[in-house]
Design a protein around this ligand. Sequence first.
Ligand SMILES: O=C(O)CCC(=O)C(=O)O
Length: 303
Amino acid sequence: MTSAAVLKSPLAKSLKVALIQLKAGADKTANLAKVTKFIDEAVKTSTVGALDLIMLPECFNSPYAVDQFRNYAELIPTGETTSILSQLAKKHEVFIIGGSIPELDGEKVYNTSLTFNPKGEIIAKHRKAHLFDIDIPNGITFKESISLSGGDKATVFKLGEFGNVGLGICYDIRFPELALIASRAPHNSFAMFYPGAFNTTTGPLHWHVLARSRSIDNEIYTVLCSPARDVEGGGYQAYGHSLVVDPYGKVIAEAGEGEEILFAELDKDLLPKARESIPVHYQRRFDIYGDFVGDGKSKVSDL
Ligand SMILES: O=C(O)CCC(=O)C(=O)O
């Protein structure tokens, strides 16, 4: 570890974010109108000053249901959701991490997250790589692979002047490798963003622990945006609790269970402080456990 390395933050400028924790129903037009309303409101009511980035939850334009994904799936970039998010990013001159939507590509459907820059251009596209196939007796059974295909790359991209970030979707957070790839050289990301819809069984068990673990493992920010709980709607019950965790692993912002806009500021100076005081970032022993990033074998999207 050199002091020069410690002083250089991968986050060049503090980042002001809003997470939109909304409830999506069966009516896609209503879902998209709600997104527009919430984004307008976030810009107007921000408690952290002018926003740099707005994030949406997983599956914000459709129900989260394996028998519904194909009905709501859109082509990218020609579909209506892509077009609406692009216009909103441009109108408000912010980055938008567009949660995720079902994407149609040939015969396949993916769970896909797009990021737009303040000009409304797509700068990242992540297809959920790890599909949520679980079976917890007396808890929850879900099998995304019935109707979805998995992506085949880790996603890391440049968030303009702020620096690099990594992107995963929900169940992807359980696989620490994506965050490790993003946070290590040559990518040196300052944060992982995960739109996610945990549920009322695995949410209380793992949501906070996983977010804090990704932050502590890599000394980065971890940002999770969930749909709101939908008790009356009766379908899949999202956990809520959208979350921002700092590079020490401390929760700095957390939503409740209902619809809400959560604001947070990612302080650029905290990240090098965390790495300086607990220098695990510089103490890794790839000579002992191998180096799947350094050996060039990881598949990462182009920046
Ligand atoms: O990992 C979990 O417990 C929940 C994952 C999930 O809901 C998803 O991948 O959409």
